[in-house]
Design a protein around this ligand. Structure first.
Ligand code: ZN
Ligand code: ZN
Length: 234
């Protein structure tokens, strides 16, 4: 009750405006209900990689995952990486719009609390290389993981794995170069003591990053690796 009153008071004293349309949201949320309703939610997708599937697809996995399954077992993605979600994520990464983290992580947690499958026992944000972390000042994946972990009661470990080198942004490379770009990109920093893990990132593009990190985690003894992202490109 006290908490609700504090929230109510905060929303009256510091009303938020929607980051997309500018309308007052009436709460501390940074997105209004209308913009959320109009966002490109993923409705029907491959359970393993979250690629959109036709509405009445017979198989729950896409053709690619059936033929060459990735190292991760399932993916949870909220949105397609399309307007206006791509704008929000670019603002977060390149304009230091950290205020958008709470609403994105609350949406992800809300989706995950409704599922029947057990939750993982550890969240691992996709690591940034230390020079990129220094340039940006924060890792958006770590910020998301911390909040989602707090909301779901799951521990986050941002130091379990490290990125060995500063890889080129995947979006600038050809499909073949993307795979090579990430080869041996990650390594374990300490022993793995849990078997069910979720990797967290803001966007999944080709799935190569999640695949490479999941491969390293499985090699270290993980049995079940999920990927949780805000948006899925492609
Ligand atoms: Zn709005
Ligand atoms: Zn798939």
């Amino acid at each position: 009750m006290v908490y609700n009153y504090a929230q109510w008071l905060q929303s009256r004293l510091f009303p938020s405006h929607c980051r997309l349309c500018g309308a007052a949201t009436g709460t501390t949320m940074k997105l209004c209900a209308q913009c959320l309703a109009d966002s490109p939610w993923i409705r029907n997708a491959c359970i393993q990689c979250s690629t959109p599937l036709p509405q009445h697809a017979e198989n729950s996995r896409c053709g690619h995952c059936q033929q060459r399954p990735p190292a991760f077992d399932t993916t949870t993605a909220l949105f397609r990486y399309q307007p206006p979600v791509d704008y929000l994520i670019k603002q977060l990464k390149f304009a230091n719009e950290l205020a958008i983290i709470p609403v994105l992580s609350a949406l992800l947690s809300a989706r995950l609390t409704t599922r029947a499958a057990p939750l993982p026992s550890l969240l691992v944000p996709v690591p940034l290389h230390h020079t990129r972390l220094r340039e940006r000042g924060f890792n958006q994946a770590t910020e998301l993981a911390r909040r989602v972990g707090r909301e779901l009661g799951v521990r986050t470990d941002q130091r379990l794995c490290k990125r060995n080198r500063k890889t080129e942004p995947q979006s600038l490379l050809s499909p073949n170069a993307r795979r090579l770009n990430l080869r041996n990109a990650f390594s374990m920093q300490r022993e793995l003591v849990t078997r069910h893990i979720a990797i967290i990132d803001d966007v999944m593009t080709t799935g190569h990053t999640g695949n490479e990190l999941a491969r390293v985690l499985k090699q270290a003894g993980a049995e079940h690796v999920e990927v949780w992202v805000i948006a899925r490109a492609g």
